[in-house]
Design a protein around this ligand. Structure first.
Ligand SMILES: Nc1ncnc2c1ncn2[C@@H]1O[C@H](COP(=O)(O)OP(=O)(O)OP(=O)(O)O)[C@@H](O)[C@H]1O
Length: 305
Protein backbone atom coordinates (compact mmCIF):
# COMPACT_ATOMS: atom_id res chain seq x y z
CA UNK A 1 0.00 0.00 0.00
CA UNK A 2 1.43 3.40 -0.96
CA UNK A 3 0.94 5.99 1.79
CA UNK A 4 0.82 9.75 1.47
CA UNK A 5 0.95 12.01 4.54
CA UNK A 6 -0.10 15.67 4.40
CA UNK A 7 1.01 17.63 7.43
CA UNK A 8 0.22 21.19 8.42
CA UNK A 9 3.36 22.14 10.41
CA UNK A 10 1.63 25.05 12.17
CA UNK A 11 -1.65 23.38 13.18
CA UNK A 12 -2.17 23.32 16.92
CA UNK A 13 0.81 25.65 17.48
CA UNK A 14 3.51 24.46 19.86
CA UNK A 15 1.52 21.44 21.01
CA UNK A 16 0.94 20.34 17.38
CA UNK A 17 4.66 20.58 16.66
CA UNK A 18 5.50 18.61 19.80
CA UNK A 19 3.16 15.78 18.74
CA UNK A 20 4.71 15.37 15.30
CA UNK A 21 7.85 13.51 16.44
CA UNK A 22 5.84 10.71 18.06
CA UNK A 23 3.40 10.58 15.14
CA UNK A 24 6.21 10.31 12.60
CA UNK A 25 7.88 7.48 14.53
CA UNK A 26 4.56 5.64 14.79
CA UNK A 27 3.93 6.14 11.05
CA UNK A 28 7.35 4.63 10.30
CA UNK A 29 6.62 1.66 12.59
CA UNK A 30 3.19 0.86 11.16
CA UNK A 31 3.48 1.94 7.54
CA UNK A 32 7.21 1.95 6.74
CA UNK A 33 7.84 3.91 3.59
CA UNK A 34 5.58 6.92 3.09
CA UNK A 35 5.53 10.18 1.25
CA UNK A 36 5.31 13.17 3.62
CA UNK A 37 4.32 16.59 2.27
CA UNK A 38 3.96 19.77 4.32
CA UNK A 39 1.59 22.61 3.65
CA UNK A 40 2.98 26.13 3.37
CA UNK A 41 -0.21 28.13 3.06
CA UNK A 42 -3.98 28.02 2.64
CA UNK A 43 -5.16 25.73 -0.17
CA UNK A 44 -1.97 23.64 -0.18
CA UNK A 45 -3.51 20.61 1.49
CA UNK A 46 -6.12 20.18 -1.27
CA UNK A 47 -3.48 20.52 -3.99
CA UNK A 48 -1.15 18.05 -2.24
CA UNK A 49 -4.00 15.53 -1.90
CA UNK A 50 -4.64 15.70 -5.65
CA UNK A 51 -0.90 15.28 -6.36
CA UNK A 52 -0.53 12.31 -4.00
CA UNK A 53 -3.53 10.56 -5.58
CA UNK A 54 -1.96 11.15 -9.00
CA UNK A 55 1.32 9.73 -7.66
CA UNK A 56 -0.57 6.48 -6.92
CA UNK A 57 -1.13 6.70 -3.15
CA UNK A 58 -3.76 4.28 -1.84
CA UNK A 59 -4.13 5.99 1.54
CA UNK A 60 -3.84 9.70 2.36
CA UNK A 61 -3.33 10.62 6.01
CA UNK A 62 -3.96 14.24 7.03
CA UNK A 63 -2.02 15.45 10.07
CA UNK A 64 -3.39 18.76 11.25
CA UNK A 65 -6.49 20.57 12.39
CA UNK A 66 -10.02 20.78 11.07
CA UNK A 67 -8.98 23.17 8.31
CA UNK A 68 -6.34 20.75 7.03
CA UNK A 69 -8.71 17.78 7.25
CA UNK A 70 -11.38 19.72 5.32
CA UNK A 71 -8.84 20.80 2.69
CA UNK A 72 -7.56 17.26 2.16
CA UNK A 73 -11.14 15.98 1.83
CA UNK A 74 -11.78 18.76 -0.70
CA UNK A 75 -8.69 17.72 -2.66
CA UNK A 76 -9.64 14.03 -2.58
CA UNK A 77 -13.15 14.78 -3.87
CA UNK A 78 -11.64 16.80 -6.74
CA UNK A 79 -9.01 14.17 -7.52
CA UNK A 80 -9.03 11.47 -10.18
CA UNK A 81 -9.72 8.81 -7.50
CA UNK A 82 -12.10 10.27 -4.87
CA UNK A 83 -12.52 6.78 -3.42
CA UNK A 84 -8.88 6.75 -2.24
CA UNK A 85 -8.78 5.81 1.46
CA UNK A 86 -8.47 8.71 3.89
CA UNK A 87 -7.34 8.91 7.52
CA UNK A 88 -6.46 11.77 9.81
CA UNK A 89 -4.44 12.43 12.94
CA UNK A 90 -5.79 15.48 14.76
CA UNK A 91 -3.13 17.95 15.95
CA UNK A 92 -5.19 21.13 15.61
CA UNK A 93 -6.50 23.78 17.94
CA UNK A 94 -10.17 22.83 17.89
CA UNK A 95 -10.09 19.20 16.66
CA UNK A 96 -13.85 19.22 16.26
CA UNK A 97 -14.10 16.67 13.45
CA UNK A 98 -12.17 14.21 15.60
CA UNK A 99 -14.83 14.50 18.33
CA UNK A 100 -17.17 12.46 16.12
CA UNK A 101 -14.87 9.48 16.81
CA UNK A 102 -13.55 8.12 20.08
CA UNK A 103 -9.86 8.42 19.18
CA UNK A 104 -6.86 7.59 21.34
CA UNK A 105 -4.65 10.55 22.28
CA UNK A 106 -1.42 8.60 22.23
CA UNK A 107 0.21 8.87 18.75
CA UNK A 108 1.28 5.21 18.71
CA UNK A 109 -2.25 4.01 19.55
CA UNK A 110 -3.73 6.45 17.03
CA UNK A 111 -1.53 5.30 14.15
CA UNK A 112 -2.03 1.63 15.09
CA UNK A 113 -5.77 2.18 14.99
CA UNK A 114 -5.51 3.61 11.46
CA UNK A 115 -3.26 0.76 10.32
CA UNK A 116 -5.64 -1.89 11.65
CA UNK A 117 -8.94 -0.23 10.65
CA UNK A 118 -11.03 -1.32 7.72
CA UNK A 119 -12.45 1.27 5.33
CA UNK A 120 -15.99 2.54 5.87
CA UNK A 121 -17.94 5.13 3.97
CA UNK A 122 -19.03 8.47 5.38
CA UNK A 123 -20.77 11.46 3.81
CA UNK A 124 -19.12 14.61 2.51
CA UNK A 125 -20.78 18.02 2.17
CA UNK A 126 -20.34 20.14 -0.94
CA UNK A 127 -20.73 23.87 -0.85
CA UNK A 128 -21.45 25.55 -4.18
CA UNK A 129 -22.31 29.04 -5.29
CA UNK A 130 -20.95 32.33 -6.40
CA UNK A 131 -17.90 33.43 -4.43
CA UNK A 132 -17.68 37.08 -3.40
CA UNK A 133 -15.88 37.65 -6.73
CA UNK A 134 -19.01 36.45 -8.57
CA UNK A 135 -17.68 33.24 -10.16
CA UNK A 136 -19.32 29.86 -9.47
CA UNK A 137 -17.16 27.77 -7.15
CA UNK A 138 -17.37 24.54 -5.17
CA UNK A 139 -15.72 23.46 -1.96
CA UNK A 140 -16.14 20.21 -0.04
CA UNK A 141 -16.10 19.98 3.71
CA UNK A 142 -16.11 17.17 6.21
CA UNK A 143 -17.65 18.63 9.32
CA UNK A 144 -19.69 21.87 9.60
CA UNK A 145 -20.22 25.05 7.61
CA UNK A 146 -22.00 27.95 9.23
CA UNK A 147 -23.27 31.46 8.75
CA UNK A 148 -23.46 34.23 11.31
CA UNK A 149 -21.46 35.09 14.37
CA UNK A 150 -19.54 31.80 14.01
CA UNK A 151 -18.00 33.17 10.79
CA UNK A 152 -16.67 36.15 12.76
CA UNK A 153 -15.48 33.90 15.58
CA UNK A 154 -13.47 31.79 13.13
CA UNK A 155 -11.81 34.91 11.72
CA UNK A 156 -10.91 35.98 15.27
CA UNK A 157 -9.63 32.52 16.29
CA UNK A 158 -7.43 32.26 13.20
CA UNK A 159 -6.19 35.84 13.61
CA UNK A 160 -3.52 37.21 15.88
CA UNK A 161 -2.96 36.33 19.50
CA UNK A 162 -2.68 32.54 19.33
CA UNK A 163 -0.13 32.71 22.11
CA UNK A 164 -2.46 34.57 24.46
CA UNK A 165 -4.83 31.60 24.61
CA UNK A 166 -5.12 28.38 22.63
CA UNK A 167 -7.46 25.47 22.09
CA UNK A 168 -11.01 25.50 23.43
CA UNK A 169 -10.28 28.46 25.71
CA UNK A 170 -9.33 30.56 22.70
CA UNK A 171 -12.56 29.61 20.91
CA UNK A 172 -14.56 30.48 24.02
CA UNK A 173 -12.90 33.89 24.56
CA UNK A 174 -13.23 34.82 20.87
CA UNK A 175 -16.87 33.68 20.96
CA UNK A 176 -17.71 35.96 23.88
CA UNK A 177 -15.98 38.93 22.25
CA UNK A 178 -17.61 38.46 18.83
CA UNK A 179 -21.08 37.79 20.31
CA UNK A 180 -20.87 41.12 22.17
CA UNK A 181 -20.12 42.88 18.86
CA UNK A 182 -22.56 40.99 16.64
CA UNK A 183 -25.78 42.17 15.01
CA UNK A 184 -27.93 39.29 13.65
CA UNK A 185 -28.06 38.92 9.86
CA UNK A 186 -31.36 38.42 8.03
CA UNK A 187 -31.47 35.24 5.95
CA UNK A 188 -33.81 32.80 4.25
CA UNK A 189 -33.19 29.09 4.92
CA UNK A 190 -34.53 26.39 2.62
CA UNK A 191 -34.23 22.64 3.09
CA UNK A 192 -34.77 20.53 -0.04
CA UNK A 193 -36.42 23.52 -1.69
CA UNK A 194 -38.85 24.28 1.12
CA UNK A 195 -38.50 27.53 3.08
CA UNK A 196 -38.22 26.64 6.74
CA UNK A 197 -37.06 29.97 8.18
CA UNK A 198 -36.86 33.62 7.21
CA UNK A 199 -35.56 36.29 9.60
CA UNK A 200 -32.58 37.31 11.69
CA UNK A 201 -30.15 34.57 12.73
CA UNK A 202 -27.29 34.52 15.17
CA UNK A 203 -25.91 31.24 13.81
CA UNK A 204 -27.10 28.72 11.24
CA UNK A 205 -24.87 25.63 11.14
CA UNK A 206 -25.08 23.05 8.34
CA UNK A 207 -23.70 19.87 9.81
CA UNK A 208 -22.24 16.62 8.64
CA UNK A 209 -20.50 16.17 12.01
CA UNK A 210 -21.85 17.30 15.37
CA UNK A 211 -19.19 19.58 16.97
CA UNK A 212 -17.65 22.92 16.13
CA UNK A 213 -16.01 25.85 17.95
CA UNK A 214 -13.54 23.77 19.97
CA UNK A 215 -15.99 21.42 21.64
CA UNK A 216 -19.45 22.95 21.15
CA UNK A 217 -21.87 20.07 20.56
CA UNK A 218 -23.90 22.34 18.34
CA UNK A 219 -25.89 19.96 16.10
CA UNK A 220 -25.89 16.89 18.32
CA UNK A 221 -28.13 14.77 16.06
CA UNK A 222 -25.80 15.05 13.07
CA UNK A 223 -24.58 11.69 11.81
CA UNK A 224 -21.59 11.42 9.46
CA UNK A 225 -23.00 8.39 7.66
CA UNK A 226 -26.77 8.93 7.40
CA UNK A 227 -26.72 10.35 3.86
CA UNK A 228 -28.24 13.60 5.14
CA UNK A 229 -27.24 17.03 6.41
CA UNK A 230 -28.59 18.56 9.61
CA UNK A 231 -29.04 22.25 10.25
CA UNK A 232 -29.25 23.99 13.60
CA UNK A 233 -30.65 27.54 13.59
CA UNK A 234 -30.25 29.98 16.47
CA UNK A 235 -32.55 32.89 15.70
CA UNK A 236 -31.60 36.49 16.36
CA UNK A 237 -31.44 36.98 20.12
CA UNK A 238 -30.14 39.55 22.59
CA UNK A 239 -26.39 39.44 23.23
CA UNK A 240 -26.93 38.30 26.80
CA UNK A 241 -29.36 35.64 25.59
CA UNK A 242 -26.76 34.33 23.12
CA UNK A 243 -24.06 34.28 25.81
CA UNK A 244 -26.38 32.19 27.99
CA UNK A 245 -26.88 29.73 25.13
CA UNK A 246 -23.12 29.64 24.39
CA UNK A 247 -22.42 28.07 27.77
CA UNK A 248 -25.02 25.37 27.06
CA UNK A 249 -23.56 24.35 23.68
CA UNK A 250 -20.75 22.29 25.22
CA UNK A 251 -23.15 19.85 26.86
CA UNK A 252 -25.81 20.04 24.10
CA UNK A 253 -28.26 21.38 26.68
CA UNK A 254 -29.34 24.06 24.17
CA UNK A 255 -31.57 21.41 22.56
CA UNK A 256 -35.20 22.37 23.23
CA UNK A 257 -34.43 26.10 23.66
CA UNK A 258 -37.33 28.08 22.10
CA UNK A 259 -34.94 30.14 19.88
CA UNK A 260 -33.25 27.05 18.40
CA UNK A 261 -34.59 24.63 15.80
CA UNK A 262 -33.12 21.63 13.99
CA UNK A 263 -33.97 20.32 10.52
CA UNK A 264 -32.61 17.67 8.18
CA UNK A 265 -32.35 17.27 4.41
CA UNK A 266 -30.18 16.70 1.36
CA UNK A 267 -29.76 20.27 0.10
CA UNK A 268 -29.67 23.24 2.45
CA UNK A 269 -29.49 26.84 1.36
CA UNK A 270 -28.95 29.96 3.45
CA UNK A 271 -29.43 33.15 1.49
CA UNK A 272 -28.70 36.59 2.92
CA UNK A 273 -31.62 39.02 2.58
CA UNK A 274 -30.03 42.12 4.10
CA UNK A 275 -27.52 44.44 2.46
CA UNK A 276 -24.61 43.28 4.63
CA UNK A 277 -22.54 40.28 3.40
CA UNK A 278 -22.88 37.22 5.63
CA UNK A 279 -19.83 35.71 7.32
CA UNK A 280 -19.35 32.09 6.26
CA UNK A 281 -16.97 29.45 7.57
CA UNK A 282 -16.45 25.79 6.78
CA UNK A 283 -14.40 23.43 8.95
CA UNK A 284 -13.08 26.42 10.89
CA UNK A 285 -11.82 28.40 7.89
CA UNK A 286 -13.43 31.65 6.66
CA UNK A 287 -14.81 31.32 3.11
CA UNK A 288 -15.51 34.03 0.56
CA UNK A 289 -18.93 32.77 -0.57
CA UNK A 290 -21.85 35.17 -0.64
CA UNK A 291 -24.37 32.51 0.39
CA UNK A 292 -24.33 28.97 1.70
CA UNK A 293 -25.72 26.28 -0.61
CA UNK A 294 -24.75 22.81 0.59
CA UNK A 295 -25.57 19.40 -0.80
CA UNK A 296 -24.71 16.04 0.71
CA UNK A 297 -22.57 13.48 -1.13
CA UNK A 298 -23.70 10.28 0.59
CA UNK A 299 -20.94 7.76 1.38
CA UNK A 300 -18.44 9.74 -0.71
CA UNK A 301 -15.44 9.44 1.63
CA UNK A 302 -13.62 6.15 2.20
CA UNK A 303 -12.55 6.59 5.80
CA UNK A 304 -9.94 4.24 7.25
CA UNK A 305 -10.28 4.93 10.96
N1 LIG B 1 3.06 26.30 6.63
C1 LIG B 1 2.04 27.07 7.00
N2 LIG B 1 2.26 28.27 7.60
C2 LIG B 1 1.25 29.05 8.00
N3 LIG B 1 -0.07 28.71 7.87
C3 LIG B 1 -0.34 27.53 7.30
C4 LIG B 1 0.68 26.64 6.86
N4 LIG B 1 0.09 25.54 6.34
C5 LIG B 1 -1.24 25.72 6.46
N5 LIG B 1 -1.51 26.91 7.03
C6 LIG B 1 -2.82 27.43 7.42
O1 LIG B 1 -3.29 26.68 8.54
C7 LIG B 1 -4.71 26.76 8.56
C8 LIG B 1 -5.32 25.42 8.92
O2 LIG B 1 -4.94 25.10 10.20
P1 LIG B 1 -5.55 23.79 10.84
O3 LIG B 1 -7.03 23.86 10.79
O4 LIG B 1 -4.92 22.60 10.28
O5 LIG B 1 -5.06 23.92 12.32
P2 LIG B 1 -5.69 24.68 13.51
O6 LIG B 1 -6.35 25.94 13.03
O7 LIG B 1 -4.62 24.80 14.56
O8 LIG B 1 -6.75 23.63 14.07
P3 LIG B 1 -8.37 23.58 14.11
O9 LIG B 1 -8.88 23.96 12.76
O10 LIG B 1 -8.67 22.17 14.48
O11 LIG B 1 -8.77 24.55 15.15
C9 LIG B 1 -5.16 27.17 7.18
O12 LIG B 1 -5.73 28.46 7.30
C10 LIG B 1 -3.88 27.24 6.37
O13 LIG B 1 -3.90 28.34 5.53
Amino acid sequence: MKIGVIRNPVSGGRSGRAQWRGINIALATHFGEREVRETARSGDAARLAIELVEAGCDLIIAVGGDGTIGDVVDGLMRSARPGTAFSFIPTGTGCDFARNFALPRDPEAMVRRIAEASVRRIDVARLTGPSLGGQEEARHFANIASVGVSGRIVQAVNGRGRRVASGSLRFFLCSVREILRYRPETVRVTVDGEEIFKGPVTVAAVANGAWFGGGMHVVPFADLADGLLDIGILRGASRMGVLGILARLYSASHVGHPLISFHRGRVIEIEPLGDRPVSIEADGEALAFDRLRVGVMPSALSLKM
